[in-house]
Design a protein around this ligand. Structure first.
Ligand code: HEC
Ligand code: HEC
Ligand code: HEC
Ligand code: HEC
Ligand code: HEC
Ligand code: HEC
Ligand code: HEC
Ligand code: HEC
Ligand code: HEC
Length: 413
């Protein structure tokens, strides 16, 4: 007899780590029995931790500090990928593809993907104690809607986002990862492949005509919720006491891919283009610390904005939070007038910003009288140290004037 999940396993059961349905049922029954035992005072937690044998894997002690917090209460309701002990091969927990991939998307759009939570076996080696904690173990709520020994319905998995984002969990979830997408190696490929449009089997991405240079950007980035021909320019109705204050306009943000449909068109087992779709870590990188952002987390609620795509982009803006892409003079420019994609590492927020030199041609003039917004704000700040710059900024406008700004003004003189 061998040990499995800390319990003594009958010889008829399958190998540890390959949870079969029957085995799951056994686990379920054991869980229910365990809680019954707990309830009737026949057992207590101590005996469980006694039964738990630490795996040979080194678990760091003292507990690692996360997010700069050294001492805080453990929170087992949220799974942190950046926890040292969790930095395992992605495939330890995410088995590609998930069993339900054909059910999650409509028949014509389905492709092999990760669309379900990891199974218990990914956690049990280390978290036996948390799995048997009280009548409502907090750890269950990472995956199950109601924490209870019965399991029951699970939240939709974070992928596909369209389904996940609509749920209570999805609305507030913030990803542990950034996507490392090398633009320089792709722009050419995306343009070139546009000519061979029948190359790909599961073509969610299939440009209708040849795309080159800037146009290739729109394969992955579109203006989000544009105003277009509508008379209403604001994303939500401004409150009556807002006056001339800032309020987000439609068409401010650009989208970026929120899932695998575009990437896996080329990166699939069928095409053989590497990285393969099961090489998660080739594209997903743990988030890095970036520069401060020009974003006030109170604004979305104040403006009645609960759109996840909008808030995610806004939250990341570290140059100009008020810049709007859909505006005749802005939209007419080449993307490359402001974005140098070759110099950008999308996983490193220190490299994704836009320089004020990209704005100078229009918003810096010889003097304030000529209408330059930057001149006006710099002069106003000089006259009144409490003046806040609001044209291009939300939070940055209260800070001292950066050198890049004074240089931009000096440059026109
Ligand atoms: C120890 C198990 C484990 C390992 C190892 C693991 N994951 Fe996860 N992953 C999970 C669990 C559990 C969830 C669900 C978390 C949730 O919904 O709150 C998840 C969710 C995710 C998500 C969606 C949530 C988010 O933060 O964006 C992504 C993306 C993801 N994993 C990618 C990866 C990648 C990439 C790796 C390898 C670098 C990896 N995972 C390694 C267990 C694991
Ligand atoms: C290799 C061992 C190991 C595996 C496998 C593992 N964990 Fe962990 N986990 C740890 C360690 C060690 C910690 C940090 C100490 C602690 O909080 O218990 C931790 C911390 C956590 C925390 C955060 C507690 C906090 O507040 O910081 C959660 C939640 C969690 N694990 C859930 C899971 C889930 C769910 C799985 C399976 C998908 C899993 N872990 C797989 C070892 C592991
Ligand atoms: C990392 C995600 C995750 C966590 C944490 C988790 N579960 Fe599950 N659970 C699953 C998945 C996935 C299945 C479906 C497994 C399958 O289909 O093979 C499942 C299935 C079950 C089942 C089988 C019946 C059903 O509802 O499908 C029970 C019972 C269950 N879980 C109980 C629990 C309990 C109790 C806890 C907390 C102590 C817990 N689970 C924590 C992911 C999780
Ligand atoms: C095949 C898809 C694809 C194409 C084509 C593409 N991008 Fe991207 N782009 C991405 C992905 C993926 C990211 C990372 C998004 C994320 O982190 O969620 C990104 C990120 C960006 C960012 C950074 C966003 C930020 O602030 O974090 C900018 C700017 C950008 N792209 C501009 C461009 C421009 C300009 C072009 C055309 C020259 C272009 N992209 C072409 C997929 C693409
Ligand atoms: C006049 C300058 C300018 C032009 C032209 C421009 N952008 Fe931007 N873009 C910005 C600024 C400023 C930001 C916000 C950057 C920040 O604060 O981090 C931004 C952000 C983005 C983002 C991140 C999502 C968001 O909205 O915050 C993407 C993606 C992007 N731009 C793509 C494009 C594409 C594709 C084009 C061409 C069709 C383009 N941009 C043209 C200035 C410009
Ligand atoms: C039109 C086909 C196509 C699409 C769509 C595509 N890729 Fe690629 N990708 C390629 C090819 C071809 C390579 C190999 C390039 C090389 O080695 O020169 C590649 C390479 C890569 C690499 C490794 C590059 C390196 O320099 O090591 C990463 C990471 C990557 N792609 C991520 C993505 C992501 C993320 C997406 C979706 C946002 C995506 N790709 C969409 C064709 C594509
Ligand atoms: C070729 C690149 C690529 C590979 C390989 C890849 N992903 Fe992704 N993944 C992406 C992109 C791009 C997105 C959407 C952009 C984003 O997350 O900001 C995404 C989104 C997700 C999401 C949706 C939640 C979220 O953070 O937006 C999950 C979950 C996820 N990936 C998990 C995985 C897992 C698990 C693997 C490995 C089995 C994997 N991915 C492999 C590129 C990739
Ligand atoms: C025309 C638009 C515009 C105006 C007006 C503007 N800024 Fe900026 N600001 C930017 C851009 C673009 C950046 C991104 C980085 C850079 O080039 O400095 C930025 C960055 C910043 C930063 C970030 C830190 C840094 O060193 O880059 C601060 C702080 C800042 N601005 C303060 C101000 C103040 C104070 C004023 C008013 C005197 C002002 N800005 C007016 C566009 C503007
Ligand atoms: C090709 C000229 C041009 C460039 C380059 C340019 N803008 Fe503008 N921008 C305009 C014009 C014209 C307007 C409309 C008049 C005004 O509000 O000043 C405008 C308006 C704006 C507005 C107000 C939009 C609104 O609808 O309320 C902001 C904010 C702004 N620009 C920021 C920027 C930033 C930040 C940059 C650099 C990243 C930039 N602009 C680059 C021409 C330009």
């Amino acid at each position: 007899m061998k040990k499995c999940f800390g319990f003594v396993r009958s010889p008829t059961m399958s190998r540890c780590g390959q949870t079969k349905f029957s085995e799951l049922r056994t686990v379920t029954v054991m869980l229910v029995l365990f809680f019954a035992a707990l309830f009737f005072g026949l057992s207590h937690t101590k005996s469980v931790s006694g039964a738990y044998q630490r795996p040979s894997m080194a678990i760091p002690t003292p507990l690692p500090a996360r997010h700069g917090l050294t001492a805080r209460t453990k929170r087992y309701s949220q799974f942190p990928h950046d926890e040292k002990a969790h930095r395992l091969n992605c495939s330890t927990c995410h088995k590609f593809p998930s069993a339900n991939w054909q059910k999650v998307r409509a028949a014509g759009n389905a492709f092999p993907d990760i669309t379900e939570y990891p199974k218990h076996e990914s956690c049990l080696d280390c978290h036996m104690q948390q799995f048997f904690k009280g009548a409502k173990p907090a750890i269950c709520s990472i995956c199950h809607v109601i924490p209870s020994p019965r399991g029951g319905p699970r939240h939709p998995f974070p992928n596909p986002r369209a389904i996940f984002d609509a749920t209570a969990k999805g609305k507030t979830a913030i990803s542990d990862f950034a996507v490392g997408f090398p633009h320089d190696t792709h722009i050419d490929i995306v343009s070139r492949e546009g000519r061979r449009r029948d190359t790909f089997a599961n073509a969610a991405w299939r440009p209708r005509r040849l795309v080159t240079g800037d146009e290739s950007c729109s394969v992955c980035h579109q203006t989000y919720k544009p105003q277009d021909k509508s008379d209403e320019e604001y994303a939500t109705r401004p409150s009556p006491d807002n006056g001339d204050g800032f309020w987000v306009k439609k068409g401010t943000f650009k989208t970026a891919p929120v899932g695998h449909a575009t990437c896996f068109t080329c990166h699939s087992a069928d095409t053989g283009i590497l990285p393969a779709p099961d090489n998660c870590a080739a594209c997903h990188k743990l988030k890095m610390n970036g520069p401060p952002t020009d974003f006030d987390p109170k604004l979305p609620a104040m403006m009645g904005i609960d759109d996840k795509i909008m808030i995610t982009s806004w939250r990341r803006r570290n140059s100009s939070a008020t810049f709007r892409h859909e505006w005749f003079s802005h939209a007419e420019l080449a993307c490359s007038a402001c974005h140098n994609v070759a110099a950008m590492n999308t996983a490193d927020p220190n490299t994704t910003g836009v320089r004020i030199s990209s704005c100078a041609a229009c918003h810096v003039t010889a003097t304030s009288e000529d209408g330059g917004a930057l001149n006006f704000e710099v002069d106003s700040r000089k006259a009144n140290s409490g003046f806040q710059c609001v044209k291009c900024h939300i939070t940055f406008g209260r800070s001292p004037i950066p050198e890049s700004h004074t240089k931009a003004v000096a440059g026109t003189k």
